[in-house]
Design a protein around this ligand. Structure first.
Ligand SMILES: [Zn+2]
Ligand SMILES: [Zn+2]
Length: 257
């Protein structure tokens, strides 16, 4: 298990100081009206971090928490007003850190825009990242359960469907698509995939467990998918020995034509 580099962060006045000593999971840009008001700008740039991975180095008593909506608290420095973190009651083990408070490059990049229905129309979105109408708190929840965006093709079927429904699961360009069949195969002990490419993989049938560096495991059954960003180290911990496991993998890299 590789060590995550420690990243320092602080508020504007420097009274509130902290270190992040675990992985930062990029949540994306939140365009909700509350984030606009709290930041005084078009959006908030967030990353999720485990509460236990944040070490407070000063000014903790100076932090005021404001309940901006039921179950959601936004923390800021009482002296300078800088937003420090946000948290939701249903995910007590996770904090949403404002990327702007970090001293160093966190080496993660927000991968999507959230709550775009409320976005500030004076700021054009031209970066090509996926745009979601939903809330980033849902992403915190998803990240907290497993640190990668994932879902099931059978999820969230509307009761009524007057028109065909198309949902972006992942937005990627320069793609390579693979079919993979596993028959009880697993990665060698201590082997980790460390790919230059983003990978979107859908388990079509069978069963598997994916191990992520840091110890988390993702159990996958039919219809489950996961988006593994480039250089997120992972290995196949187990595939079913009783039946073939069929995968559909989409790899994306700028070097592919
Ligand atoms: Zn401050
Ligand atoms: Zn927001």
């Amino acid at each position: 298990m590789a060590e995550s580099p420690t990243i320092q962060g602080r508020c504007l006045c420097g009274d509130v100081r902290f270190e992040v000593c675990g992985p930062l999971l990029p949540l994306g840009y939140c365009h909700c009206k509350s984030c606009q008001r709290a930041s005084g700008s078009a959006f908030a740039a967030n990353a999720a971090v485990r509460t236990s991975d944040v070490i407070w180095r000063g000014g903790q008593e100076q932090i005021t928490e404001y309940a901006s909506s039921p179950g959601k608290r936004r923390a800021f420095c009482s002296r300078c007003g800088s937003p420090v973190y946000a948290c939701v009651e249903r995910q007590p083990d996770w904090l949403s850190i404002r990327l702007g408070s970090l001293d160093d490059d966190p080496c993660v990049r927000p991968g999507a825009h959230f709550n775009v229905a409320e976005r500030a129309h004076w700021y054009p979105l031209t970066d090509g990242l996926p745009q979601h109408s939903g809330d980033h708190a849902d992403a915190v929840e998803a990240s907290a359960e497993n640190p990668l965006p994932h879902g099931n093709l059978g999820d969230a079927f509307p009761a009524e469907l007057p028109e065909e429904l198309a949902t972006d699961l992942a937005s990627i360009a320069h793609t390579r698509i693979e079919r993979i069949i596993s028959r009880g195969h697993r990665s060698a002990t201590d082997f980790w995939y460390d790919q230059d490419e983003d990978e979107f993989v859908l388990l079509v049938r069978g069963a598997a467990r994916l191990e992520l560096e840091g110890g988390d495991e993702l159990a996958l059954g039919p219809g489950d998918w996961v988006h593994i960003p480039a250089h997120v180290r992972h290995r196949v911990a187990w595939t079913d020995t009783e039946q073939d496991t069929l995968w559909l993998a989409v790899f994306a890299s700028p070097t592919h034509r």
